[in-house]
Design a protein around this ligand. Structure first.
Ligand SMILES: *Cc1c(COP(=O)(O)O)cnc(C)c1O
Length: 224
């Protein structure tokens, strides 16, 4: 089932990229495995998938330890400061940098480990109270404050669109994140990637410029 889902997903990515005049190779699929076992992750690896996303360190830890080191783990959930060191050690990209204290802690961990940490700044584009992320109006000051932190590489922005009935309704949020990226210029920081789009709305996100989509249900099935 995963192989059929993956084949269909890649087609949809390809078509969405084509509609936007983009190269489908410029869109990376992160397979979100927060509710998926190591066994299923191995099936996905057999299909060539190497990027996997988890949102809680405790639950990811056993999977990470039991699976090959060739995986790129993406941390996509809220990151508690006291987990920064574990996450810095085990994950290739953190999608959820949302506060100064965490940025400082990640920088400190990178220094201790002698290994840089790559992160995306999470932005709360919709302004929903239930969502983490910076207010878009704070982004520039935030980047200015953290750009001097050693060992911390800012790679771009991430957002989670509100849950809407029709994917089309999410478009405005993706467009706003892309515009924010274009309008925000801070010396020394290259906002290279946009992580946006999930199972319900990734096609619209790709049309609006997503470089990384985070897909769980469309790949592994619902209720997984
Ligand atoms: C769970 C999750 C996803 C994947 O959601 P699906 O709707 O299953 O594709 C993407 N991003 C984040 C931050 C998540 O927590």
């Amino acid at each position: 089932m995963i192989n059929e889902n993956y084949a269909r997903l890649l087609k949809r990515v390809e078509w969405a990229a084509a509609r936007a005049g983009r190269d489908p190779a410029s869109v990376k699929v992160v397979a979100v495995t927060k509710t998926v076992s190591s066994t299923e992750i191995k099936v996905a690896m057999d299909l060539g998938i190497r990027d996997f996303g988890e949102n809680r360190f405790q639950e990811a830890r056993d999977k990470i330890q039991s699976l090959p080191a060739s995986i790129y783990w993406h941390f996509i959930g809220h990151l508690q400061t006291n987990k920064a060191s574990d996450v810095q050690a085990h994950f290739s990209l953190i999608h959820s940098l949302d506060r100064l204290k965490l940025a400082r802690e990640l920088s400190r961990c990178a220094g201790n480990a002698g290994k840089n940490v790559a992160a995306l700044v999470q932005v709360n584009i919709s302004g929903e109270k239930s969502k983490s992320g910076l207010d878009p109006r704070e982004l520039k000051d935030f980047l200015t404050e953290i750009r001097g932190l050693s060992g911390l590489e800012i790679k771009g922005l991430m957002t989670i669109a509100p849950l809407v009935d029709k994917p089309e309704e999410a478009r405005v949020y993706f467009r706003q994140l892309n515009r924010l990226r274009a309008q925000t210029s801070v010396p020394g920081i290259d906002l290279q990637y946009l992580s946006m789009g999930m199972s319900n709305d990734f096609e619209v996100a790709i049309e609006e410029g997503a470089h990384i989509i985070r897909v769980g249900t469309a790949l592994f099935g619902p209720g997984n």
